[in-house]
Ligand binder design. Structure first.
Ligand code: SAM
Length: 241
């Protein structure tokens, strides 16, 4: 997958996109990442990308010309990218969106700064994504988060191919509780079934534990989760508490 970002702070991507799993995905050739500097498409001495908002108000807005020119240039070659903008007003980014985006051949993410971006630039976007109901100082962190969540879903990126399948949200539920050595720590025991070596019993315990955890912590997920009638009744016992 090709992932590109357009930003006034391209250096911010250096470590997150070079270390650990993202770095390995690049070395394996699964991820082809490039952070473009929006200032390369400015024409003045100060390499200006922002200006005062019409009608007055606080702060500065990112202007249209460098964004349009950069996208014209970047998209003039290669496969047509899915163009993503970020804004608190966008569609909330979640695992379902990450899964959809993981089927794209190329993503181009435009990172806002200052008070945001001239509204006309949003006509370039295929999707506008929000990370949640809070305001960040820029779109670089959202772009890193989207890249991380999407790329880890690509075949060959995680060491164990099952890892992404069993995780929270992948089956409409939160992940079951996990434990590692020691079996007893400060008086706290690991559930005995996990030490039994009985794979069927472990799988059954994990399924019920995931339903219980989801019902207690995120009851909103239970309605759309693919559960049997018996599992749904089990979930309700925790939601009515
Ligand atoms: C300070 S914010 C602009 C906020 C804008 N004035 C508003 O009130 O909606 C600057 C940039 O950060 C990014 N950003 C901030 N909060 C975000 C969020 N919750 N989700 C996604 N991107 C966000 C966007 O790229 C945005 O253009």
């Amino acid at each position: 997958m090709i992932v590109e970002t357009l930003s006034v702070f391209p250096d911010m991507f250096e470590s997150p996109m070079s270390l650990s799993i993202m770095g390995r995905a690049r070395k394996k050739g699964i991820l082809d990442f490039c952070a473009y500097d929006l200032r390369n498409w400015t024409h003045d001495r100060h390499r200006t990308t922002d200006d005062e908002p019409y009608g007055g108000g606080q702060g500065l807005l990112m202007t249209c010309p460098p964004i349009f020119e950069a996208i014209d240039d970047i998209t003039s070659e290669g496969p047509k990218p899915t163009i993503i903008f970020f804004a608190p007003a966008g569609e909330v980014f979640d695992e379902a969106v990450a899964t959809e985006l993981s089927t794209c051949e190329r993503l181009l993410m435009v990172c806002g700064r200052y008070e945001g971006i001239d509204e006309r630039a949003f006509t370039l976007a295929d999707r506008v994504l929000s990370l949640g109901d809070y305001v960040l100082t820029g779109g670089e962190l959202p772009a890193m988060i989207v890249t991380d969540a999407v790329v880890r879903l690509l075949p060959g990126v995680l060491g164990d191919e099952g890892s992404a399948v069993e995780e929270s949200f992948s089956e409409g539920l939160l992940e079951f509780p996990q434990y590692t050595r020691p079996a007893t720590y400060r008086g706290m025991e690991v559930p005995p079934v996990l030490l039994s070596g009985d794979h069927g019993a472990v799988a059954a315990w994990r399924r019920r534990a995931a339903i219980e955890k989801t019902a207690k912590l995120r009851p909103d997920l239970i309605e759309s989760a693919p559960l049997t009638d018996e599992e749904r009744a089990f979930a309700r016992t925790f939601m009515e508490e």
